[in-house]
Design a protein around this ligand. Sequence first.
Ligand code: ADP
Length: 180
Amino acid sequence: MKVKIGSSMLELLQGDITQQDTDAIVNAANRKLLGGGGVDGAIHRTAGPELLAECRTLGGCDTGDAVITRGYKLKARYVIHTVGPVYKGSSPNTERLLASAYKRSLEVALAKGIRSMAFPAISTGAYGYPLEEASFVALRTIIDFLRVHSEIKLVRFVLFNQRTLEAFETSLGRLNPAGS
Ligand code: ADP
């Protein structure tokens, strides 16, 4: 599924984020930035040990913030590491932190001149954020940002399974950014 937001493109697809050839891919990291399971482990395995070495120099990342490294053996030139919140029940603060993880990732990308980037569904794996809520917050944040910053030409969500893709498609339908 693809929609235009101003002059930018927002795309949803099922796949593996480590294989994306966008300028940057986003990693759903943890605060220590020392690797982990899920998408984080997959990105580190594909990028090679130099990625962990660079991450070690950064001294961690707060929840809701983002930092950037090189991509090493990945097709993507950069990795933006962001830390989503652990879900412990619906709350305005948890929602704010998830939105912030997306927004800070976009801001870091903009500052580097990145034009295309791929996101996973942050916080929806080990961190337990329900897909219906997480996908809505994710898409609303991206759409609001692209409406103001057309410098980023492509945001692609790369969703690992059919269930996640369907949740994002439903939320995008509810947000109706094309106004149909
Ligand atoms: P978090 O700790 O933020 O919840 P996880 O890595 O556990 O991070 O899960 C985040 C999302 O990433 C989940 O929806 C999971 O299915 C997905 N995921 C895992 N591996 C990949 C991959 N290689 N490409 C894209 N998404 C992935």
